[in-house]
Design a protein around this ligand. Structure first.
Ligand code: PAF
Length: 279
């Protein structure tokens, strides 16, 4: 595995790969890697001759300074896991490399209304930061394929819109959510949960499963109300949103054909998101 810390190193390494017509599969991350990230690397490995993974904790996508400061950083373990997963190139740039002229953000609302609801509404500016950093990273890596996890479902839609809007020759691939044995979706933030919070967090997937398993058996509004009541029994959990929406537009519709159930909660001081596709 080749480690690049600067854009000039990355460009040299990738030009050599591209000269040999290698297919570049790109997995952008913010580090604190878990099995979900590694499954994306594995998936990328199957379709690309060169897998590039970036680790960059992007300051412009954090709407709270404390979340940025507390974001888990486990770089030595990350490098070991990536090497074991046969990642070919890891790019770990500094903030100055990515933002040489300062932390200006692009406006993600050009990608449409899906950037202003749910995560866009609860985390103002978050998608502007994601849009900015991915525009920069895609421009530097020039991947053929990019890999993102379904856990950040709204981010997956944003990436597809970005590719379409900027007319990039990139194929978007979405990896399934990888869950712990008790159902909790893997997330870099899970290591911040104490044992009581970790236990309460298992209720998130139970609430989603209740909705998914009873979908079409009762009205969506009823299922959501039952799931919310169940979750609200957990004192450590505060729901931000729990909604069933159209999976392409994220709009609430009367009769959802291709749906997704999205949830965000605060579990203690840790914000967790999850989702399930509706059958
Ligand atoms: O999903 C993430 O880890 C981040 O939002 C991403 C895509 C790496 C951009 O910083």
């Amino acid at each position: 595995m080749i480690l690049c810390k600067t854009i000039s190193d990355l460009t040299k390494v990738l030009s050599a790969k591209k000269a040999f017509n290698q297919t570049i599969g790109f997995v952008p991350t913010m580090g604190a890697l878990h099995a979900g990230h590694l499954s994306l690397v594995k998936q990328a490995k199957q379709k690309s001759t060169c897998v590039v993974c970036s680790i960059f904790v992007n300051p412009t996508q954090f709407n709270q300074q404390s979340d940025l400061v507390n974001y888990p950083k486990t770089i030595d373990i990350d490098l070991k896991l990536l090497a074991e997963s046969e990642c070919d190139v890891v790019f770990i740039p500094s903030t100055d490399e990515i933002y040489p002229t300062g932390l200006q953000k692009m406006d993600a609302s050009v990608l449409g209304s899906l950037t202003t609801v749910f995560e866009g509404a609860f985390r103002p500016g978050h998608f502007d930061g994601v849009y900015t950093v991915l525009t920069r990273l895609f421009d530097l890596v020039e991947p053929n394929l990019v890999y993102f996890g379904q856990k950040d479902f709204q981010q997956c839609l944003l990436v597809q819109k970005l590719i379409e809007f900027q007319q990039l020759p990139i194929t978007f691939c979405m990896g399934d959510i990888v869950r712990e044995k008790d159902g909790l979706a893997m997330s870099s933030r899970n290591i911040r949960l104490n044992s009581a919070e970790r236990k309460a967090a298992t209720e998130i997937y139970k609430a989603l499963s209740l909705i998914k398993d009873n979908w079409h058996k009762s009205a969506a509004s009823e299922l959501i109300a039952i799931a919310k009541n169940q979750l609200e029994l957990q004192q450590l959990i505060q729901i931000e949103y729990l909604n069933c929406v159209d999976a392409n537009t994220l709009q609430v519709a009367e009769d959802i054909k291709n749906g997704v159930c999205l949830i965000a909660v605060n579990c203690g001081n840790t914000r967790l998101i999850d989702n399930v596709l509706l059958p």
